[in-house]
Design a protein around this ligand. Structure first.
Ligand code: GLN
Length: 451
C-alpha cells in the first residue's frame, strides 16, 4: 500500500486521482496484515485498488468529476466497493473521470484532464487515456494500483483499457449492483474492473459481482469462479466475426489487428464464423438518444437543494438555473439538452421510442448470433489514443469512438477489451470479445487466449 501511495505521488502529473486516501489505505493494509498473520486471508487480502469517483464511498468525498456535487460526502457505500472491502482490498483513493462519466477522453472532468502514461514514438505530446474511466485506466497502466473499479455505459471501461494497454471488462447488465453508483443512463450503466491481466480482472469481478436487493435490476444468479476459466483451452469454441464491424475507412492497422486476433484463435483451435449483425449501424445513433434521455432524467436531481453546490438566488427557479448553470460542464449540458429534446412531447415518438425499437432489434441480432457462435471478436476501438484536445471541438467525432462498444451495452451483454498489440507509433490497441448474457467465463477464456 505504501509503495503504491508513493507511486501515485511520484506520478501526480498524470492527474489520475481526484483524491487519495493514504490514512485509510494504511489502516486497511494493517488490518490485512493482522488477518494474514492469523491465517484468515480473504480473496483480495491487502490488494491496493483505486475507485472511480463515480462510486459512492461512505465518509469519502465523491464528485463524479462535476462541480455540481461540490464537497458531497456520501453517508453510504456503493455495493460494489463494499464487496471489495469485505474481501480485504485496500482503498488507495478515487480516480478521475469524465464529468458524470460522459465522454471518451477524460477531458470533460471538472478536476482537469488525465494524461495517458503512453507516448507516441518520437512525439512528446500528451495523449488522452480514453474515457470516461480514464483515471482508473491511467492508474492501472502506470502501476499506481493493482486494479481499479470503473463503469461502462457505452464503452467507458473498454475504450480506456484499449488506449492504455490494460484489460477491462463490462459484465452482463445486472451482474454488478448499481446501488451507490452515481447514475448516468440507468438501463446501460454497469460496473466492472480494470487491471493489468485478464486473470486479475476475473479475480476482481468475482468480488465486485453478486445479487443485491437494493438494485431492482440486479440479477439473482450465482457468481462463478471466473478466474478458473482463465487459461482453459478454447479448442472447439465457435467465434463470430461480424461483417458490419468492418467499417468503411477503418484504419488498415485496426483490420490487421483484428485479423491477427482471428489467426491466434484459429491456431488455438477455435472455429471462425463470419456473422451478420444487421442493425449495427444504428447502434451509435440509438445510444446517443437513449443515453442522454436517461441522463437528463437522472441529472434532474442536482437542483441546488439536495446535494453539493448551491448558488444562492432570489427565487427557486433562479436557484435551479444558477446552480445548474454553474455546476454542469459543457458536455453534460449538451447531453441534458439532447435528452430533454428527445423526450419532449412532440419528439418522443420520432426519437426516443424509435431508438428503443432499434435497441430491441440490436439485441435480437445478438440472440440470433448465439445460435451459431459462442463469442464474438471485434476491435475495441477504431483508433489508438489521440492527443489531448484533438477531437474536443467536434462532439460527433468524439462519439465515433464508441462505435464498437455501445452494442454490448444496448444488448446488456458482457464484453472485454484485451491489449493485443501496438500500432505503428507504438501505442496499444485492444481487441474486444463479446459473450452471451451471464457467460463472462467464455469471455475471459477467449480473452486469455488473446493476451
Ligand atoms: N463515451 C460514451 C459517452 O460519452 C460512453 C461513456 C460511458 O460508457 N460512461 O456516453
Amino acid at each position: 500500500a505504501r509503495a503504491h501511495l508513493e507511486a501515485i505521488e511520484r506520478l501526480a502529473s498524470l492527474n489520475a486521482f481526484i483524491l487519495t486516501t493514504p490514512e485509510r489505505a494504511l489502516a486497511d493494509a494493517r488490518r490485512s496484515d493482522e488477518r494474514l498473520a492469523r491465517g484468515e486471508a480473504r480473496p483480495l487480502e491487502g490488494i491496493p485498488v483505486a475507485i472511480k469517483d463515480l462510486f459512492c464511498t461512505a465518509g469519502i468525498q465523491t464528485t463524479a468529476a462535476s462541480r455540481i456535487l461540490g464537497r458531497f460526502v456520501p453517508p453510504y457505500e456503493s455495493t460494489v466497493t463494499a464487496n471489495l472491502w469485505r474481501d480485504g482490498a485496500v482503498c488507495l483513493g478515487k480516480t478521475n473521470l469524465d464529468e458524470f462519466a460522459m465522454g471518451s477522453s477524460n477531458t470533460t472532468s471538472a478536476y482537469g484532464h488525465v494524461i495517458n502514461p503512453w507516448r507516441r514514438r518520437g512525439d512528446n505530446r500528451d495523449l488522452v487515456p480514453g474515457g470516461s474511466s480514464g483515471g482508473s485506466a491511467a492508474a492501472v497502466a502506470a502501476r499506481l494500483c493493482l486494479g481499479a473499479t470503473a463503469t461502462d455505459t457505452g464503452g467507458s471501461i473498454r475504450q480506456p483499457a484499449a488506449f492504455t494497454g490494460t484489460v477491462g471488462i463490462k459484465p452482463t447488465y445486472g451482474r454488478c449492483s448499481r446501488w451507490g453508483i452515481v447514475a448516468f443512463a440507468s438501463s446501460l450503466d454497469q460496473a466492472g474492473p480494470m487491471a493489468r491481466t485478464v486473470k486479475d480482472c476475473a479475480i476482481l469481478l468475482r468480488s465486485m459481482a453478486g445479487f443485491d436487493p437494493k438494485d431492482s435490476t440486479s440479477a439473482d444468479v450465482p457468481v462463478p469462479d471466473f478466474a478458473a476459466a482463465v487459461g482453459q483451452s478454447v479448442r472447439g469454441l465457435r467465434i463470430g466475426v461480424p461483417k458490419e464491424y468492418r467499417l468503411d475507412g477503418l484504419a488498415p492497422e485496426i483490420i490487421a489487428l483484428w485479423d491477427q486476433g482471428i489467426a491466434w484463435l484459429r491456431e488455438a483451435g477455435c472455429s471462425i464464423h463470419e456473422l451478420s449483425l444487421p442493425h449495427t449501424k444504428y447502434a451509435l445513433p440509438a445510444y446517443y438518444i437513449i443515453a442522454p434521455a436517461e441522463a437528463s432524467s437522472n441529472l434532474a436531481r442536482y437542483d441546488g437543494v439536495r446535494f453539493g453546490l448551491r448558488v444562492p438566488a432570489d427565487s427557486l427557479d433562479e436557484l435551479y438555473e444558477a446552480t445548474r448553470g454553474a455546476g454542469f460542464g459543457a458536455e453534460v449540458r449538451r447531453r441534458i439538452m439532447i435528452g430533454t429534446y428527445v423526450l419532449s412531447a412532440g419528439y418522443y415518438d420520432a426519437y426516443y421510442l424509435k431508438a428503443q425499437k432499434v435497441r430491441a432489434l440490436i439485441a435480437r441480432d445478438f440472440d440470433a448470433a448465439w445460435q451459431e457462435v459462442d463469442a464474438i471478436l471485434t476491435p475495441a476501438t477504431p483508433t489508438s489514443a489521440f492527443a489531448i484536445g484533438e477531437k474536443q471541438d467536434d462532439p460527433v467525432t468524439m462519439y465515433l469512438n464508441d462505435v464498437f462498444t455501445v452494442t454490448a451495452n444496448l444488448a446488456g451483454l458482457p464484453a472485454i477489451s484485451v491489449p493485443a498489440g501496438l500500432d505503428s507509433e507504438g501505442l496499444p490497441l485492444g481487441l474486444q470479445v463479446i459473450g452471451r448474457a451471464f457467460d463472462e467465463e467464455t469471455v475471459f477464456r477467449v480473452a486469455a487466449a488473446l493476451e
